[in-house]
Write a protein that binds this ligand. Structure first.
Ligand SMILES: [Zn+2]
Length: 276
């Protein structure tokens, strides 16, 4: 069953299974619908770095965060550079990047926090969003990480797990993860440079995620690649949810960098803990 369920008149998909199990948690993924952006950004574009009108993006972000019961001041985001740097959010970081891309947490693709009322936001148009939640830790911890193929082979998923152990002494058996809507193996063709990187990181299991279609070309299942890496990092298979929604197939719902040839908006993967 698809873990990301359409809610709020098509504005977003929510991890309803997580939210009903843990009522203090809010987690999901915005769509491209219900916002004010125009042209190729129509309409709920949340990316400030893609050439859209700044006021429109801010209006869209406000709508999304408020529909989730949080204030715009809690919106916290990073620069996202297809790397594997992770930031543990401090009080000074809260609100970073919500009004201007230049204020976002620099050179960072993973965010973690044990603070309440911090709306962690991360942006997508085909890359894989990874969600993390440790409900049993003394301080509950949430996280989100941006995993395109570069972040994936840089092991951003396992690094999120390692950081949770290092900072909060959380074992992987106490972590839940979700892999969100992103470009599927149906649409994601890569060359042998990318395929070789995937083979390096997955070893013998690479055959499960790469299908050679013609000389030097492969279809890549980046969701399964991340799932395997999270499982190797110690997360229980039963604690990992995987979306089957392809951002390129479903251009009625999602922006797709590949399908729209680079000129498009961004969805937001979000996770936050309510007060109390
Ligand atoms: Zn597809």
């Amino acid at each position: 069953m698809e873990p990301f369920v359409m809610q709020e008149k098509g504005l977003m998909l929510r991890l309803t299974g997580w939210e009903s199990k843990w009522p203090q948690l809010v987690a999901g993924f915005s769509t491209r619908n219900g916002g004010v952006s125009r042209r190729e950004y129509e309409s709920l574009n949340c990316g400030l770095h893609v050439g859209d009108t700044v006021e429109h993006v801010i209006q869209n972000r406000r709508k999304l965060v408020e529909a989730n019961g949080f204030s715009f001041a809690s919106w916290t985001c990073a620069e996202q550079v297809h790397g594997s740097n992770i930031r543990v959010i401090t009080d000074d970081d809260v609100g970073a990047g919500r009004m201007a891309h230049s204020d976002a947490i620099a050179e960072t693709d993973g965010l973690l926090t044990d603070k309440r009322n911090v709306f962690l936001a991360s942006f997508y148009a085909d890359c894989v969003p990874l969600f993390f939640y440790a409900p049993k830790a003394k301080a509950q911890v949430i996280g989100v990480a941006h995993a395109g193929w570069r972040g994936t082979v840089a092991r951003i998923g396992p690094k999120m797990v390692e950081t949770m152990r290092k900072i909060w002494a959380i074992g992987p058996e106490n972590i839940y993860a979700a892999i969100g809507p992103s470009i599927g193996a149906c649409c994601y063709e890569v060359n042998d440079i990318v395929a070789d990187e995937i083979k390096n990181v997955l070893g013998a299991k690479a055959f499960r995620v790469l299908t050679e279609t013609r000389e030097g070309k492969y279809m890549l299942n980046l969701q399964e690649t991340n799932r395997i890496l999270l499982e190797r990092a110690g997360i229980l298979p039963s604690h990992i949810e995987v979306s089957h929604l392809c951002t390129s197939c479903r251009s009625d719902v999602f922006y797709s960098y590949r399908k729209e040839k680079g000129k498009t908006g961004r969805m937001t993967a979000f996770i936050a803990l309510k007060e109390g």
